[in-house]
Design a protein around this ligand. Structure first.
Ligand SMILES: Nc1ncnc2c1ncn2[C@@H]1O[C@H](COP(=O)(O)OP(=O)(O)OP(=O)(O)O)[C@@H](O)[C@H]1O
Ligand SMILES: [Mg+2]
Length: 470
């Protein structure tokens, strides 16, 4: 897209907004639906022949240490340890009082995405990139709409305590999260370096679309949180504004025009501070399309078209600011035609979880129930930790010639796999509720053994699947 196109007023008079399909060249960057084979994960980022691995360092709420000092201390500690790199926490060394006093958690992130067969990266293959951050404990600020009913937007300071761990909890086995992170990081870098829009075109609008409950809204929030951590040295302040599209398109359309103007003038203010990185999340953008369609068909007051128009124009204006990323979601899966969708560079289909993702989601639920002692089991226990084999190790064992029963806790993982198979078609949201529903269905809910629980879970998932709307 050229600079002229970028700043051109949006075409809001498109004839039929529901029938127009996504153009072919754009469809090419959509994630394929889950039924299709998953694309390979993106290749590793290499620097001086080494794989770049992110190490995230969370400061204690009480810490007043400078991020730079902590970063240097962590880099020194990593150098000394000559350790191997695999995703997960690294213990804070007890003999380093500076780190003990200031650091709550050190975590290696996303190294596994580079690994196909290998389980770990060795220290000489890796260049750690250390990100130091502290969580904001302030909850969201609300801005009420003028009828005092619905908040027109919520605002968070990032990284927020509320979104801690959200990125890790979302499980997709297609490299979707990595691709989103890379796209957004490249977009910010291009802007930062002042790449000429006329010669190379890109923008900072992300659209996630797919069926309900597949984690689109959560993924947008988690992406904003992740980027706020990864870009904290360039943008020390980050905000997320979640726009409530429904409240903007309430029945009071004449009021809505004012709401849009008010909302965007607030965003503009934030954006003017060049050290601020601002994420604007517009959830369920199809309500925009619906409002426009209704206006075109004459069933809504013509005011509505002005509101949609105002919103699109404001979004166009915002795009010229280098430090804004617009995140949008939609439930419409087949053909989305909303004026600004054309402008979105990053479009990804978020589908129902595959078998591997279902297994991993249920595995994380089970680990939590074991940790909290709602369930008991000795097979999964290794000291104080509960260890349930990952889908990949389970598959390797199933394919191995060695008798798997002697190698690992195996019976229960097979049952977990059977449960994951039984809930084909359930969304990520439904899967995360399944353990609760299973527990509620138990005759004796106290001190339940994991094996019995899994047996019940298979039953519950079959029931849930049979009750799904056609
Ligand atoms: N792939 C996934 N991995 C792990 N958890 C998931 C996944 N998909 C959904 N969930 C869970 O489902 C919950 C609901 O997700 P979310 O509200 O983000 O979905 P959505 O796609 O925005 O739904 P809707 O279309 O109804 O708005 C999340 O909090 C998350 O716990
Ligand atoms: Mg949503």
């Amino acid at each position: 897209m050229s600079a002229t196109e970028m700043s051109a007023p949006m075409d809001i008079s498109m004839p039929n907004i529901t029938e127009c399909n996504v153009p072919e060249q754009e469809a090419a960057i959509f994630e394929p639906p889950a039924a299709a084979s998953a694309p390979p994960p993106p290749p590793p980022l290499i620097n001086e022949g080494k794989v770049l691995v992110s190490v995230e360092v969370l400061l204690k709420p009480s810490s007043t240490a400078r991020a730079e000092d902590v970063r240097v201390a962590v880099e020194r500690m990593l150098e000394k340890r000559s350790m191997s790199y695999a995703d997960g926490p690294i213990p804070v060394p007890l003999d380093d009082t500076f780190l003990v006093d200031n650091v709550q958690r050190i975590c290696i992130c996303d190294s596994d995405v580079w690994l196909e067969k290998q389980d770990i990266l060795l220290f000489w293959q890796v260049k750690p990139v250390v990100h130091v951050f502290q969580l904001s404990e302030e909850g969201p600020c609300e801005e009420l709409s003028s009828d005092g009913q619905l908040a027109s937007f919520h605002e968070w300071i990032l990284p927020a305590k509320e979104f801690d761990g959200m990125w890790e909890s979302l499980i997709y086995d297609s490299g979707l999260k990595q691709r989103l992170l890379r796209y957004a990081a490249s977009a910010l870098l291009f802007t930062e370096k002042g790449v000429n829009h006329v010669l190379v075109s890109w923008n900072r609008i992300v659209l996630l679309h797919g069926p309900p409950g597949t984690g689109k809204t959560s993924l947008c929030k988690a992406l904003a949180q992740k980027l706020s951590i990864r870009f904290s040295s360039r943008y020390p302040q980050c905000q997320l504004i979640e726009v409530n599209a429904h409240s903007l398109f309430s029945k009071w359309f004449s009021e809505s025009g004012k709401l849009v103007a008010k909302l965007f003038s607030k965003i503009q203010e934030m954006v003017e501070e060049e050290n601020n990185l601002v994420f604007v999340l517009i959830d369920e953008v199809e309500s925009l399309a619906a409002a426009r369609k209704a206006a075109l068909s004459g069933s809504e007051p013509s005011d509505s078209i002005r509101v949609v128009n105002a919103l699109l124009t404001q979004m166009d204006k915002l795009k010229s600011s280098p430090n804004v990323i617009i995140l949008t979601t939609s439930n419409i899966t087949a053909a989305i035609d909303i004026a600004f969708v054309d402008r979105a560079d990053i479009k990804a289909y978020v589908g129902p979880p595959t078998l591997q993702a279902r297994y991993e989601i249920l595995r994380s639920c089970l680990e939590e129930l074991l940790r909290t002692e709602i369930l008991s089991n000795s097979e999964f226990q290794d000291g104080n930790h509960f260890f349930i084999p990952s889908f990949t190790s389970l598959r390797e064992q199933l394919n191995s010639t060695v008798s798997p029963d002697t190698a690992y806790p195996f019976h229960l993982s097979k049952q977990l796999l059977a449960a994951a198979e039984a809930c084909e078609g359930l969304s990520g949201r439904a899967l995360r509720k399944l353990p609760f529903l299973t527990h509620a269905a138990l005759a004796n809910p106290y001190g339940c053994e994991a094996g019995k629980f899994l047996h019940k879970m298979i039953e519950t998932s079959r029931r849930e699947c049979s009750e799904m709307p056609e």
